[in-house]
Write a protein that binds this ligand. Sequence first.
Ligand code: UDX
Length: 447
Amino acid sequence: MVAFSAQGHLNPMLRLGKRLISHGLHVTIATTHLQPGRRLFKPSSSSSATGHDIDFLFYSDGLDGRKVDIDTFMDSLSQHGPTNLTKLIHQKRLCCIVSNPFVPWAANVAHDLGIPCAMLWIQPVALYAVYYRYYRNLNPFPTLTDPDLTVNLPGLPPLRTEDLPSFVLPTNTFGAFSKLFSEMFGAMEKHASWVLANSFHALEADVIINSSKDLFPVVPVGPLVDPSLLGKGEEEEADGAVNLWEVDHSCMEWLDEQAAGSVVYVSFGSLATLSADQSASLERALKEGRWPFVWVVKGTEAGELSTSSGGGQGIVVAWAPQTKVLAHRAVGCFVTHGGWNSTLEAVAAGVPMVVYPQWSDQPTNAKLVEDVFGVGVRVRENGDVKMVVGSEEMGRAIREVMDGPKSEQIKGNARRLKIAAGEAVAAGGEGTSKVSVRKFVDEIVGR
Ligand code: UDX
């Protein structure tokens, strides 16, 4: 498996790796060298039920630890990655390479080595359909002259500009990602035999069915986080989670002392950083609403919200054991940026969400959470979606999920989807994703 070295990409890769190991395969994850001073935090035991572990291989991105902007990084990775990766793996007896959308060239490496390739799509199938139709010019999207065009795609609700991923908007300034997605669809259509997605049929049935009609087929194999382990206290180890930051477990004891369904968990994933204004209005909303909270404030921004600002009402940690927190009976609401791993982890744990999307796929994920899955609300300002929302709106959104007029309906949907998530992958069962993983393994082993 060739993983892009970001937390949101490593987690689904590792979790799929664990599933493949449970079918008797050996799994190696190759990723780039970490920045100097960084290390992977592995759980004490990351071996699987079959007794063997995922191996890690590190190859050079060609930058020797130099800090550069994202465009330079992506260019260097695609220039040096193929050769450096090939050097490492050419003598291994591989039956398949599983690539990741951010390392599209891995499909070419597999082709050159004469082995099949699968891509693991780490976002919802809805996003696969949006990007595919955008980069293959299959449907009209907003342009500079028509910036407010509503996008109508099969199997999805009408998507307004505010619901679209930021990379397809005419205002997108991240050229590296546009280039990447174009390369990805090209490499995928040329050399990939499968596209596996971290989603499940019951969650995205309409778009999955519609995409299978006219797009390169996508096979849902998720949720890759294991719902049967959530809440058992062992999911970190069993999941094989590897963290790029050290996990602070101090919030777990604190959660034990809180009433069921009373706590708001706040986390914006591994990349997004809230501005001072965004943090301030969220903090004010939590204080005014008197909700107990666990808030993840990563590394350098931690200074903005000191641990003492919890003031007994809440607890601030730099990196939480997120799946454990979500599975804790005290947690009643997840304020999230809507990263797909976080969203699916909340779905699998049955926790309703308040989504405050920042960029990339997150606006579309927020739309899905609110209007397709019905398991949460998106924050707005005077009816509009804004980057900074006031404390009143933050409070309204949290109340709506915790005990507002719609909360029973939202909680009911969350309970139903939690059950469906478990059924899709249950060990020993015949759930849709479980069957798809088995078929995938049979095909690659049988080749
Ligand atoms: C990135 C993109 O930003 C996101 O939009 C895309 O859908 C996936 O890739 P990221 O922003 O890190 O991901 O968010 P997310 O997908 O939610 O992944 C974060 C992961 O870190 C989750 O698996 C979560 O459980 C974990 N996490 C987060 C922790 O373990 N502890 C924390 O304190 C916070």
